[in-house]
Design a protein around this ligand. Sequence first.
Ligand SMILES: NC(=O)c1ccc[n+]([C@@H]2O[C@H](COP(=O)([O-])OP(=O)(O)OC[C@H]3O[C@@H](n4cnc5c(N)ncnc54)[C@H](OP(=O)(O)O)[C@@H]3O)[C@@H](O)[C@H]2O)c1
Length: 249
Amino acid sequence: MGMLAGKTAMITGGTSGIGLAIAKAFAVEGAQVVISSRRRQAVDDAVQLIGAGAIGFDGDVADPRHHDRLADEIARRLGGLDIYVANAGINTIRHSAEVPEAEYDAQFAVNTRGVFVGVQKMVPIMRDGGAIVLTGSLASEKVLDGHAVYAGSKAAIGAFARSWALELKDRGIRVNVLSPGPTDTEILAKLGVAPEQRADFEAGMAAAIPLGRLGRPEELAQAALFLASDASSFITGINLRVDGGMALL
Ligand SMILES: NC(=O)c1ccc[n+]([C@@H]2O[C@H](COP(=O)([O-])OP(=O)(O)OC[C@H]3O[C@@H](n4cnc5c(N)ncnc54)[C@H](OP(=O)(O)O)[C@@H]3O)[C@@H](O)[C@H]2O)c1
């Protein structure tokens, strides 16, 4: 029997990179998977890739009404939720002096408020004994050039997790953070790394990672599976770095 047999799991940003890998891994372990992201076509494509009866919704995590709709649909169609992975996130690299107000607001609206409101709306439909996994970032602990706003938006995630771990303890709902280091996903292209610069960019990153390479989305997914499943039944309120040791340097 799979590690998540009989469980229903919702993953935001489940159409790409780490979120898609998590959705696939959870489905392989027997979960009923629900995903969301903004692009309808990407949702439909990911649902096909995940298989196993996965369900997808389009919407923006920065919009509180999206979470209301998701909670209503999941409660109505699936009867409740066992696992919530708040994974959708965006990043831009820019020195603080150059950050436009709209870019600051967008990162906090998605990375911070989107996580807060998502958990706020999902907890009422979650079953006791569930698990919440928040995708943070190594950048919230380790200074990376041009990442001040992103780091700030992700640092809040750790504070949320510690508060929620206590707020939800009596329902047996565990709350943990998964903090990726540099991982080979579409987010790198979205940062503006041109295809011809990609090899140099990755080599530069790899040199700063003791294990000598970027992470793979599937490796992050296995860590998420650990935090979402009974394999971590005595763990709540932690920040699990999956960074090839990058925090050490
Ligand atoms: N890759 C890394 O090196 C790295 C390192 C540290 C932390 N992380 C974190 O890991 C998480 C996943 O990143 P990734 O690398 O897998 O990135 P990715 O490949 O760019 O995937 C991001 C996912 O989030 C969705 N998304 C973005 N904005 C959204 C919004 N406003 N509402 C709903 N969905 C939204 C995207 O789909 P749509 O575009 O369709 O909305 C996509 O499915 C993020 O929180 C990121 O900050 C990544």
